[in-house]
Design a protein around this ligand. Structure first.
Ligand SMILES: [Zn+2]
Length: 391
């Protein structure tokens, strides 16, 4: 009898251990990693926490209650005193983020929760960082219906020490796309319905995850990342528009690897990366985001091709494609990445260095955005309400 009872107890302990192992899904592999910095980006209903690491890390994560918190145990990791180990957040979503040396091999990062409705996490590389996205409760659903303005976040790729692709005549992608973005903002701002933000307005460096965080913080209706394409094949030219998803297309993977600043080998290996896989899956299912991104990408692509082909014949239409771009990962709104021409192609580099061509591209992007908004019934309704309200 006594023996049975202790056996039963052992079983309960073992099974609860098993359950906690299932709930605390382990992450991925590697060795001695330094926790270098912890940052957060907050708005009323969104928080992104970024844990900067010296390399790829294996981790366990778990959400527990009383009090509600999420913790990540980073294996073979260490944290030094120069890092702020308690980060007060207090934004209604998180109270704070704490990090400590849990034992000789493990750093524990704890997110103290105030109130969340949803959360997600993933690791991106070069530099390695663990990113945790958290959503607040029921604040966003109302805002989009009553929001009279169309809030657009434009992201000119690269900047600062990252020139992006460089053309044969040394034209820098970072300068071209910034100029197009500034022109695009100017055009969009002519319509008082549009509220436009740029992730960068000058030649500064901005990590990819901060660009997405800006769009999420602004509660944007659209997120558009502007880039110029490049290929070792100097003949390659044309326009293509991307949305976030998995792909087996080698060419699309090459483009994403270059924009993510990782190797093609790492890009291929990412398909086995559990956290990114899950993030994309939940991300695309959310609020018809995928359908809306497809729609937006199609309008933009068509608009560029028809817009520039009037003046500049023979612009090749590569259509809408999909790939795993870090900059689109975790964006809460319809989001696309436009490769507006090939800077590596001598003819298209000439075009991209031409003021008029950049203006045409900006105009075409603005038209694509406008067509998208006009096709969106919810936003259309708000526009009508606002119009009648003004009469
Ligand atoms: Zn780029």
């Amino acid at each position: 009898m006594f023996y049975n009872l202790s056996l039963k107890r052992t079983f309960i302990v073992l099974s609860s251990l098993f359950i906690s192992i299932i709930l605390c899904i382990p992450g991925r592999a590697n060795s001695d990693v330094k926790v270098q910095n912890i940052k957060h980006f907050s708005s009323q209903d969104y928080t992104r926490v970024v844990i900067e690491l010296s390399g790829q890390v294996e981790f366990n994560k778990c959400k527990i209650s009383n009090p509600e918190r999420i913790f990540f145990d980073l294996k073979n990791s260490y944290i030094t005193k120069e890092i702020k180990t308690v980060l007060p957040v207090g934004d209604g979503i998180l109270k704070s983020v704490r990090a400590s040396q849990y034992n000789s091999e493990t750093v524990r990062v704890v997110l103290d929760i105030e109130e969340i409705s949803d959360w997600n996490y993933f690791i991106i590389e070069n530099p390695a960082r663990l990113i945790i996205d958290l959503k607040g409760k029921n604040k966003k659903s109302n805002s989009s219906v009553f929001l009279a303005k169309r809030r657009i976040v434009i992201d000119p790729g690269h900047g600062g020490h990252d020139p992006g692709a460089v053309g044969p005549k040394k034209l820098y992608e970072k300068n071209v796309v910034l100029d197009i973005a500034l022109k695009l903002r100017k055009i969009l701002q002519k319509n008082p319905m549009n509220e436009v933000f740029l992730t960068r307005e000058s030649d500064i460096y901005l990590p990819l995850e901060e660009r997405t965080a800006i769009a999420n913080k602004k509660n944007a209706d659209l997120f558009i990342s502007i880039h110029a394409n490049a290929s070792p094949n100097r003949e390659a030219r044309g326009v293509e528009t991307y949305l976030l998803n998995w792909t087996d297309d080698e060419e699309a993977m090459k483009v994403a690897a270059r924009e993510n600043k990782i190797s093609l080998r790492k890009m291929r290996a990412m398909k086995k990366q559990f956290d990114i896989l899950e993030t994309i899956k939940t991300d695309l299912m959310r609020e018809n985001k995928r359908d809306e991104s497809v729609k937006l990408a199609n309008y933009i692509q068509r608009s560029i091709i028809s817009g520039v082909n009037e003046k500049y014949k023979n612009i090749i239409d590569h259509g809408v494609k999909q790939a795993m771009f870090y900059v689109l990962l975790g964006a809460n709104m319809p989001s696309i990445l436009a490769e507006v021409s090939f800077i590596s192609n001598p003819q298209e580099e000439n075009l991209l260095s031409n003021e008029t061509y950049r203006e045409e591209i900006a105009k075409a992007l603005a038209e694509g955005i406008d067509t998208y908004f006009k096709s969106s019934p919810a936003i259309q309704k708000v526009a009508e309400l606002t119009f009648h309200g003004l009469q």
